[in-house]
Design a protein around this ligand. Structure first.
Ligand SMILES: C[S@@+](CC[C@H](N)C(=O)[O-])C[C@H]1O[C@@H](n2cnc3c(N)ncnc32)[C@H](O)[C@@H]1O
Length: 623
């Protein structure tokens, strides 16, 4: 057994043990025994911040906090492409639900697993059992084993309920080219692949494809691990800074077809964020949270979204989403990209879609906080705070004081006149009162899901439609301006802000947390082939810089992560697989030809796991 695998096991054990103990209270009969304290579920800064932002109505506040402090119910999805999909739903409905209901009636306590009412075709479910209950109850134990096994083979996926929402609003079709810009650990990529494969006949490949990108190569391992359960040939995984994602060229299928610039029908921009929507699942965020976390990510989020829009086809749609409730990471980012894009991008009203999903309209007004205090308008931000607090964080996106001064110099119009001039904002100002900026962009079309709406985590989603090419200067990434390392807007980091590095990523489901292997040797290729289409990078992206704090840069050169191709070397193992699948030598030669290197044969074995064996077999044999 390799060193990497051993280390992985012990990491997993340690991880599990620490997770088990998170909610455990010290036993009164063993006071001297060292035990884990439960995580604090208090943070005065958090409470003050969200009260001030009016994230929920005053009368909802106590319920909001109460639910935030409760552990999150587990949620999972049945893979709609699995050949066992109907069977699995039937087992859930007729076996587990009924047995649990019967037990609940007898014992009066257990709550049965339930489908999520807003997810189509009863494909997504949630259950609300503690680990203790699982250990004590035979049906739950059996259910847990079932879930683990089906998850492993790709028939089911554990995924936080609200994280399932963005792909549902993206309106993906099987022939779409989709870019998932910040994709790891890949739960939404998996959903996108399900849609791409949705209509294809067994043995055929759909025309669409998903390019799943993440800057973090270690998290990309999880992405590969997650998506390989789909057995798809319609996925490319890339390791770029999303804001520098390179322009790609599609090589024509025939000589008379010109080379085309690759643009995407759909883009999912599920950005790194402060992650306070995942507090119920990752309670350590209670301790780390501070308002600087959101401020420090705002600029990166804007440039990621802008690059997504520039890679989007005219007529295409993009989702901007975060698992944060913070308006500086949510509405402020959407407002800024709408301002930058002018009439070329619209915020889509999706209020009639998925009516059973409870959500709230986006905010029109918010404030910005940093160590210096609260600011209602950029004009109030002192010079020495302007490194960390920038103008696009405010509802107007403008430095109203500067404009007002100009207006006042010309005539006595004051702020009200400025208000007329400001296309995208309304400003309520009474002399000597703080200015309250209210965006008049249609931000109510964004949606925010808060935990007490339907016992979930929190999420923010905006659907954008590119109606015409972006203003020319917004179409291309500007390496100088857009490199996150050099981004002056987000340089000021408080010590607690550094904590964002661990909080800004959607937490990985426990089962996914152990996929490391450290002795792999697959060279990443500059050219990737998908079907007959060759995708060539137009240019090398700039050297990767640090995104969103002290993020590790992706490994260049040798692939050091999880190897998606397993090399089988033992003849006996190969023979047993041949026997199991009934593979005949003449139809699919597996023996190593004398003049061919061994990996040729072993790669063939991997392709054999692929459901589209016949078509791949043909192209493989002819190559
Ligand atoms: C919220 S998580 C994405 C969750 C993922 N969409 C899913 O559903 O499984 C954000 C991801 O963005 C990645 N990330 C951070 N900075 C990035 C950048 N500049 N470009 C691309 N990805 C980035 C992180 O590594 C992280 O995996």
């Amino acid at each position: 057994m390799g060193r990497g695998r051993q280390r992985g096991r012990s990491q997993r054990k340690h991880f599990k043990e620490s997770r088990e103990n998170v909610w455990k209270r010290p036993k009164s009969d063993a006071p001297d025994k060292p035990t884990w304290e439960p995580f604090l579920t208090d943070n005065p800064n958090f409470e003050e911040y969200y009260k001030e932002q009016g994230i929920v109505k005053a009368e909802e506040w106590d319920l909001f906090m109460e639910i935030l402090r409760k552990p999150l119910p587990a949620a999972f999805r049945v893979n709609s492409n699995s050949q066992f999909c109907d069977e699995i739903i039937s087992i859930l409905e007729n076996d587990f639900v009924k047995s649990l209901q019967a037990e609940a009636i007898e014992g009066g306590e257990l709550e049965a697993i339930k489908p999520l009412p807003w997810y189509p075709k009863n494909l997504a479910w949630h259950s609300n059992f503690s680990r203790k209950e699982i250990r004590k109850n035979k049906i739950l134990e059996r259910f847990h084993e079932f879930l683990k096994l089906e998850n492993e083979v790709g028939n089911m996926t554990r995924q936080e309920a609200v994280s399932m929402v963005p792909p549902l609003f993206l309106d993906v079709h099987p022939d779409h080219f989709v870019l998932d810009m910040c994709a790891a650990p890949g739960s939404k990529t998996f959903q996108l692949l399900e849609i791409i494969h949705g209509a294809s006949e067994p043995g055929t490949l759909p025309n669409g494809m998903v390019v799943a990108n993440d800057v973090d190569f270690q998290r990309s391992n999880l992405l590969i691990h997650q998506t390989k359960r789909m057995c798809t040939a319609n996925l490319i995984v890339t390791n770029h800074e999303g804001q520098q994602f390179p322009g790609c060229r599609l090589k024509g299928l025939s000589e008379d077809m010109p080379i085309n610039q690759l643009s995407f029908d759909r883009v999912l921009c599920d950005v790194p964020c402060s992650g306070d929507g995942t507090l119920r699942k990752a309670p350590d965020i209670w301790r780390k949270w501070n308002s600087g976390m959101g401020n420090g990510l705002h600029s990166l989020q804007v440039i990621l979204a802008m690059r997504g829009l520039s890679l989007l086809k005219v007529g295409g749609k993009m989702i901007y989403s975060t698992c944060s409730m913070n308006p500086v990471e949510d509405e402020a980012v959407v407002a800024e990209i709408l301002r930058r894009c002018g009439d070329s991008v619209e915020l889509v009203d999706v209020s009639d879609k998925l009516p059973e999903l409870i959500r709230r309209p986006g905010l029109k007004t918010w404030k910005v906080r940093d160590k210096g205090g609260w600011f209602t308008s950029y004009k109030d931000v002192p010079q020495n705070r302007r490194g960390g607090v920038i103008v696009s964080m405010f509802p107007s996106g403008k430095n109203l004081k500067d404009s007002t001064e100009t207006t006042q110099e010309n005539e006595n119009g004051g702020v009200q006149d400025e208000c007329k001039e400001t296309e995208n904002s309304v400003v309520d100002a009474i002399p000597d009162e703080p200015v309250v900026e209210v965006s008049d962009l249609p931000l109510e079309r964004c949606m925010r899901i808060v935990p007490h709406d339907q016992n979930t985590g929190a999420f923010f989603i905006a659907v954008l439609h590119k109606v015409s090419p972006l203003p020319e200067f917004q179409e291309k990434p500007n390496p100088r301006k857009h490199s996150s390392k050099k981004n002056a807007d987000s340089t000021e980091k408080s010590p607690a802000e550094e904590a964002v590095v661990s909080a800004n990523t959607e937490p990985v489901e426990e089962e996914d947390a152990n996929n490391e292997k450290d002795d792999d040797s697959l060279e990443p290729e500059k050219q990737t082939t998908q079907g007959e289409t060759t995708i060539t990078e137009e240019k090398e992206a700039n050297p990767p810089s640090q995104a969103g704090g002290k993020r590790k840069v992706p490994m260049q050169g040798r692939w050091k992560g999880f190897d998606p191709v397993v090399f089988l070397k033992e003849e006996t193992l190969i023979d047993s697989i041949k026997e199991f699948y009934g593979i005949k030598d003449e139809s699919f030669p597996l023996k190593t030809p004398k003049d061919v290197q061994f990996p040729f044969t072993t790669t063939t074995m991997i392709i054999f796991h692929h459901p589209f064996t016949s078509s791949l077999q043909e192209s493989f044999q002819s190559s």
